[in-house]
Ligand binder design. Structure first.
Ligand SMILES: [Zn+2]
Length: 498
């Protein structure tokens, strides 16, 4: 089966064919940096991180660009309220954004342009539109003329006539007289005297939100890209206007595929500040929800569907992730300490499994995983494959609780390690990173390391005296304390919490 995505432009699931062989250019609408990121951002950027990882894993060369909107009414308002400059506010929230995204193991984009650093390109873009007679200026404002662009409405499926009727009402209320048509939108806005402003051929002002993305796509990726991403709330007017501006200016299709993620509900209701159920990523992670639990939870639902955050669902996800994490940790305890083994390598695609000799069952699971992901990123199907793959590992973990690992047949051990390697690789495609530290509730009592060391020494002595009954007794005593022992060569023993 070939890779397919549901394209908002055609409203159909389509085969994915890149513009240039093997290269994928992606643009994702970023955050307006006036506040901390919320669960809607987490959902969106986790989904697109998995898209990016999967394409890299499949061998595509991916260029991923995501912007920061650092010129906006909300930023101006918030900076005023906090008594700082808009630059200070933006800078601080950009730092916080990186912290949240790094915590969630979201790969950093290849480039992250900011509106304030692209003013030259934005102004050039507007001038081009004016020259082509698609934009007009009026007393310091510049507007895009919607009726000059025949395909306006092609993404959202809205018909211009209806739009004009609907907007006419609003226009009356707003008494916006500088627009020729009620649907025309601002490319450049004249600033009020006390607002931050930038020089332009139309006087002091600032760019509209939509033009920023059109200018940045062109600057960073060129006139046509493969995939444009965003939340479904951006389809209209933001993405519709981006298409209109870019296609009117460049005479080329802006993006072949438009992918949109569904919205987030909290406890069955739409998340919004006015409903008081607005949760930041930071606040959720402070409630003992681990970053990987959040990722696991998000991936249980198809990216296009609405996602409902409830306490019960998060608890269930936490248990599910814990089961998977135990299996992912297994090979790290007995084979390698390299925690990055299941991290995607951006320089070299990590489809390592293709070169390893897989048994029939593992090979089928690998191909089923890819089939699920090829089918418009069916991440819940992909997760089910991880659980299938982890079954024999879980059985083995239970077996070695009874026996010492050194008593296990070497061939059997190698087979389990191979399954673990495949499990690690596929978990890495979903960005599920193993956590070797037990995620314990904050109130859990601290462990007594002196006591543990003492018991380990006693066990080593018992083993040296060939008193295996006592050695096993001590091992069980430690197990009851939540401590797992790992016997290393030359009689050395390591321990960890399980
Ligand atoms: Zn955008």
């Amino acid at each position: 089966m070939s890779l397919k995505f549901t394209n908002t432009l055609s409203k159909k699931k389509e085969d994915f064919i890149t513009i240039n062989p093997n290269q994928v250019k992606i643009y994702c609408c970023g955050v307006t940096v006036y506040d901390l990121c919320h669960l809607g951002h987490a959902r969106s950027y986790l989904n697109w991180d998995v898209l990016r990882r999967f394409l890299i894993w499949k061998g595509f060369e991916v260029k991923f660009v995501q912007n920061f909107t650092d010129i906006d009414d909300k930023i101006i308002k918030r900076a005023k309220k906090e008594g700082c400059s808009t630059d200070e506010l933006s800078e601080r929230n950009i730092d916080e954004f990186h912290k949240d995204m790094d915590t969630l193991s979201i790969l950093r984009p290849n480039s992250m342009p900011r509106a304030t650093k692209c003013l030259h390109q934005i102004i050039n873009f507007i001038e081009d539109l004016e020259e082509k007679n698609i934009a007009y200026s009026n007393n310091g404002d510049v507007y895009f003329s919607v009726d000059k662009h025949k395909s306006y409405g092609k993404l959202s499926g809205r018909e211009i006539e209806n739009q004009i009727d609907n907007a006419a009402g609003r226009l009356k209320i707003n008494q916006e007289k500088s627009k020729k048509n009620s649907l025309d939108f601002a490319l450049w806005k004249k600033s009020k005297s006390d607002e931050i402003s930038y020089s332009s051929p139309w006087g002091k002002g600032r760019p509209g939100w939509h033009i920023e993305c059109s200018a940045m796509v062109k600057q960073e990726l060129g006139e046509s890209i493969d995939i444009h991403l965003g939340g479904s709330d951006l389809i209209f007017p933001h993405h519709e206007n981006e298409i209109a501006q870019s296609e009117a200016c460049n005479g080329k299709e802006l993006a072949k595929y438009w992918l949109h993620n569904g919205m987030v509900n909290v406890g069955g209701e739409k998340m919004s500040k006015s409903l008081g159920n607005f949760t930041t990523i930071r606040a959720l992670l402070d409630e003992d929800i681990s970053p990987m639990t959040l990722r696991f939870f998000v991936l249980q639902t198809n990216y296009r569907k609405p996602l409902d955050f409830t306490e019960e669902a998060l608890k269930a996800a936490s248990k599910g992730w814990e089961r998977l994490n135990n299996c992912l940790a297994f090979g790290h305890i007995y084979k390698t300490k390299d925690q990055n083994i299941n991290e995607i390598n951006l320089d070299k695609p990590i489809k390592r499994s293709i070169n390893s000799e897989l048994d029939k069952n593992s090979f089928k699971l690998l191909s089923d995983f890819e089939k699920y992901m090829d089918d418009d990123l069916n991440t819940s199907g992909a997760l089910s494959i991880l659980f299938e793959l982890s079954q024999p590992i879980r059985k083995f973990i239970n077996l070695i609780k009874e026996k010492d690992i050194n008593e296990i047949n070497q061939d059997e051990l190698n087979q389990v390690f191979k399954k673990w390697e495949l499990l690690s690789e596929l978990a890495g495609v979903l960005g599920l990173k193993v956590n070797l530290k037990q995620e314990t509730p904050k109130n859990k009592l601290e462990i007594d390391t002196d006591k543990i060391e003492e018991l380990i020494n006693n066990r080593s002595l018992a083993k040296a005296n060939k008193d295996f009954i006592l050695a096993d007794k001590i091992r069980n005593e430690l197990k009851d304390m939540g401590i797992d022992l790992i016997d290393k060569p030359k009689g050395y023993t390591e321990w960890r919490r399980f």
